[in-house]
Design a protein around this ligand. Structure first.
Ligand code: FCB
Length: 482
């Protein structure tokens, strides 16, 4: 944000630190000062939280009137997920939610992002609502509030009701989603003030209907995939309007998007400009059209005859004003300016590029700074949240029963350092939701990839805080990263 003056939230006691190092014997007071010298403080009202999603933690797939989602069908289809693993039981959070809320409380978080399972509320996608399904989320919300934790609700985290004809291929699904969003927001509006419409467009459009890696596992031609993408952003926009119409006034609405994050290879004005241009183009079917109400010329030209068919009024609905933008931040794309028509090129990663346990999770902690800066500079949202950030690690339990996930601590610490830079430069970053509270069902990777800061023994459902949980609690209590 060019116009903003650089504000400092931390006190840099560099002078004190140097004096301490050069002193022969360190008085206790100097050591104490040294301990706080390198703390990078976040704004005083910064929100610290954790994130989860319904199908990944709840289990209880046949209880209280829930009917299958596309993920139930997909995970039960041989060969689709790691060792055929399903979310049938997952973390059993449907029954253990009180225990999980105590984990949140022990961390000291003040916000929790979780998702509602659409097929619990409308088991057939449309039609009569299932009161027992809603009652579960009312219990969760009440328990959170009792513990002074503010609920942030995601309305769609990929568990589409199986019964909806054609799934996201049908425009009727967009309307059904808006009806569901309106209903839930009306029912919970007395206690919940923050809603995310949709989580990560690409994961239930391209990954689900183009590469077939995610439910429902289809491989359709580009023209159809582009129409599915359009139905998805339309669903988001219709849901924003439905929530505004149904929830109490002042309700805050946004989305949680894993936007492609373009990191300039060198921090100079030419490369920064290239990264900005790349951000608009690379996110053209999703965040760009949501924020601008227009598909970029580049997207329309690239797709040619396969471009989505847009009905009158769609773009206005899609770009309904938002109160905030949530960004799920994981992997960077390094961008370099060049003389091509786009003006940029995305660098290919070498085989030695470091990554975490998931094969897609490349490490580049500056990704979180550029996510905030690019989106902040281009679209100037009123508020931004990091709605997911975290990593998988090959956790092991020591003989003493501990999980010393130093690699996860390294990952988180570095990302928060770069997030602090964004906050200190004045970007409107309001909070951070760590993915994830606990190990859970990692979609097609089943239980083979652990993202939690609490270890879960999936046989006994025992939860154990990892070293990263102790570390995060410390970050929260100091409101600072060291
Ligand atoms: C994100 C998803 C989330 C989880 C993390 C690791 O793409 O939104 O459900 O799987 O990745």
């Amino acid at each position: 944000m060019k116009t903003l003056t650089r504000r400092r939230f931390g006190t840099t006691l560099a002078g004190t630190a140097i004096a301490a190092f050069t002193s022969a014997s360190l008085p206790r007071i100097a050591l104490a000062q040294l301990a706080t010298a390198s703390l990078q403080r976040f704004p005083s009202n910064f929100l610290w939280g954790c994130a989860t999603a319904a199908y990944q933690i709840e289990g209880a797939v046949n209880e209280d009137g829930r009917k299958p989602s596309v993920w139930d069908t997909f995970s039960h289809t041989p060969g689709k997920t790691f060792q055929g693993e399903t979310g049938d039981v997952a973390d059993d959070s449907y029954h253990l939610y009180k225990e999980d809320i105590q984990l949140l409380k022990n961390l000291g978080v003040t916000v929790y992002r979780f998702s509602i399972s659409w097929p619990r509320i409308f088991p057939d996608g449309t039609g009569p609502a299932n009161e027992k399904g809603l009652a579960y989320y009312q219990r969760v919300v009440d328990e959170l509030l009792k513990n002074n934790i503010t609920p942030y609700i995601t309305l769609f985290h990929w568990d589409l009701p199986q019964a909806l004809p054609g799934g996201w291929q049908s425009r009727d699904t967009s309307k059904a989603f808006a009806d569901y969003a309106g209903y839930v927001s009306r029912q919970l509006s007395d206690r919940v003030s923050h809603f995310f419409t949709i989580n990560e467009f690409t994961c239930f459009t391209d990954k689900s209907y183009k590469t077939g890696k995610f439910a429902p596992g289809m491989k359709l031609p580009d023209a159809q995939v582009n129409q599915i993408r359009h139905n998805a952003v339309l669903a988001h926009g219709m849901a924003v309007q439905a929530i505004r119409a149904n929830a109490k006034s002042g309700t805050q609405i946004g989305l949680a998007e894993n936007a492609t994050v373009c990191v300039p290879v060198i921090e100079d004005s030419e490369q920064i400009e290239a990264a900005r241009r790349a951000t608009r183009e690379e996110n053209a079917p999703f965040l760009t059209v949501v924020m601008e109400g227009k598909y970029t010329d580049g997207y329309i030209q690239r797709e040619g005859a396969n471009a989505p068919k847009v009905e009158a009024g769609d773009l206005k609905i899609i770009s309904s004003p938002l109160d905030f933008v949530g960004l799920n931040v994981y992997t960077p794309e390094y961008v370099r300016a060049d003389s091509s028509t786009t003006g940029y090129v995305i660098e290919t990663r070498q085989s030695s590029y470091p990554r975490m346990a998931s094969d897609w999770l490349y490490i580049g902690p500056e990704v979180i700074y550029w996510a905030v800066r690019n989106v902040g500079d281009i679209w100037k949202p009123r508020a931004l949240y990091i709605t997911e950030n975290g990593c998988s690690a090959d956790d092991v339990i020591t003989a003493a029963g501990r999980i010393e996930d130093t690699d996860r601590v390294m990952y988180l610490r570095n990302h928060l350092t770069h997030l602090h830079r964004a906050a200190s430069e004045g970007y409107p970053i309001k909070g951070y939701f760590l993915w994830s509270l606990l190990d859970n069902y990692e979609w097609a990777d089943g239980y083979s990839k652990r993202f939690g800061i609490h270890y879960v023994d999936f046989k006994t459902q025992k939860r154990t805080p990892k070293l990263s949980a102790e570390w995060y609690r410390e970050v929260i209590s100091r409101n600072a990263v060291e």
